[in-house]
Ligand binder design. Structure first.
Ligand code: FAD
Length: 449
């Protein structure tokens, strides 16, 4: 029996200043890498034992990549690196006590000299519990695998019914949120509809498969330039046959029917919720330090009111003249803040002045489908089509962590480019949403031991 009371964080005592990093995401790993061989004990706490490369998560959900090619174990990343006095623990941090300078976890407390909160974001359902219960979020690897399993169960079931209404609801896919995740997921489904599904399921008429992309604002890819939005809309609608609804809000989803504000209903057994994120906050910071779900920090990433607590990446709101609402929730600010904070912590213990953070915006990219992407690059350069697509592929392979992952993803893409094959169309563990009793019973019946 596992006696949880006998577990503890078990971090060795040290005379060096202890830096506790909560989160091994883009911000956390870039900070930890650069604290190597500096005069600190570094403790990283994460509720998952790997660093996830979220820009490629939609490819896991749509059977393009296996999950292990977009994730790198944190112990491998730092343990095989002769990194002395680095300690990883797989644990969720529940709260912080800034007065006692401790963090609280399920297996005990840990004192820190410097605390870095790098917890990123979580899905925002805007308080709609029904949507939370029934929709498929796309923020974590287990969620992507759930969606993949569900998608292929829908196709299997669509091949086993002659009832047009049931088949239509199995072949209707609603994606809420026209940001990069929504656009990329819709595009990947459209590619599958064109190149893969008709061969896998010859009895199903895939001209009836509808992919809806629903966005509350008046354009897709709202964080990108109007030029990129316009090109993307054309690719989605005209070239790929995706039904895009702008200025449209989904009010409810019960697992079978999506209700749109105004009353329109879409019968769909799949709804992907890519409509918003909120900061993955940790309890214990004063209310004044938090604004709209993000932690307010100064130009050194110090949390408002605290000298020894820092926040970096998506969770941090650093308002500057150029970025009055804080930086965009993308990987580059997290990476750059992590790198600079490593230097600033060293400066801090030497009693030197810290350097202010200035975001170097390298532009943004989004992929829509095969040979189709958009790019906003510095200098007001907007690219679309094949050249942007190649740029997207190159940037993402280079940014992946781990040589093996780069190799696996690149060879996978090359193979897919020539064969049009998505190799991972597997239902390993049939996923059923909590509360979907009908599906549960059905799956249990065919999943006989
Ligand atoms: C589906 C998707 C697609 C994206 N596509 C792009 C893209 O194409 N380009 C781009 O630039 N950006 C993209 N982003 C955004 C980008 O991934 C984030 O901006 C980036 O990951 C932020 O880094 P971070 O370090 O702040 O947080 P993350 O990388 O999210 O890391 C946070 C870490 O904290 C851990 N954690 C959270 N709470 C706790 C807790 N209480 N205790 C312990 N551990 C905790 C998590 O497990 C996670 O490992 C995408 C994001 C998603 C979800």
């Amino acid at each position: 029996m596992l006696d949880v009371d006998k577990l503890s964080l078990n971090i060795p005592e040290t005379t060096k200043p202890r830096v506790v990093i909560i989160g091994g995401g883009f911000g956390g790993i870039n900070l930890a890498k650069r604290l190597k061989d500096k005069d600190f004990q570094v403790v990283m706490l994460d509720r998952q034992n790997y660093h996830g490369f979220w820009p490629l998560l939609y490819q896991v959900a749509t059977a393009g990549l296996e999950p292990d090619s977009i994730a790198e174990p944190l112990r491998k990343m730092f343990g095989s690196d002769n990194y002395e006095d680095f300690h990883f623990r797989l644990v969720k941090v529940n709260s912080v006590n800034p007065i006692a300078k401790t963090v609280h976890t399920l297996v005990g407390d840990l004192a820190y000299d410097y605390l870095v909160i790098a917890t990123g974001t979580k899905t925002n359902y805007f308080g709609n519990e029904e949507v939370k219960k029934n929709a498929f979020p796309l923020k974590q690897i287990p969620q992507a695998l759930n969606l993949r399993s569900h998608l292929f169960q829908c196709f299997e079931q669509a091949s086993m019914t002659a009832d047009p209404e049931l088949q239509q609801s199995l072949l209707n896919f609603v994606i809420v949120g026209g940001g990069p995740t929504g656009v990329e997921t819709a595009g990947a489904l459209a590619e599958m509809r064109k190149h893969i599904l008709p061969t896998d399921y010859p009895g199903v008429d895939f001209s009836r498969m509808n992919i809806y992309l629903i966005e509350g604002m008046d354009r897709v890819l709202p964080p990108m330039s109007p030029e990129a939005s316009e090109k993307t809309l054309k690719y989605l609608q005209d070239d790929m046959g995706i039904i895009v609804k702008l200025n449209t809000l989904v009010e409810n989803y019960d697992g079978y029917v999506a209700t749109i504000k105004g009353g329109e209903q879409i019968q769909a057994q799949t709804l992907v919720w890519a409509a918003g994120v909120q900061g993955a906050l940790i309890d214990g910071l004063p209310a004044e330090a938090v604004e709209r779900g993000r932690i307010l920090v100064n130009r050194y990433n110090q949390v408002l009111g605290f000298d020894s607590i820092f926040a970096i990446g998506d969770i941090a709101a650093m308002k500057t003249e150029k970025w009055p609402k804080g930086h965009p929730g993308v990987a580059q600010p997290a990476i750059q803040q992590g790198k600079l904070l490593a230097k600033n912590l060293s400066r801090l213990i030497r009693g030197e002045k810290m350097e202010e953070f200035e975001y170097n915006d390298k532009g943004s990219l989004a992929i829509i489908g095969r040979n189709r992407a958009v790019a906003d690059l510095p200098g007001n350069i907007h690219l679309g089509g094949f050249f942007a697509w190649v740029t997207w592929l190159f940037v993402h392979v280079m940014a992946l962590v781990g040589f093996r992952n780069k190799l696996v993803v690149l060879s996978n893409w090359i193979y897919r480019f020539f064969t049009y094959e998505n190799g991972t169309r597997l239902i390993i563990r049939p996923f059923v949403r909590k509360g979907d009793k009908v599906r549960r019973d059905f799956v249990d019946k065919y999943n006989v031991e």
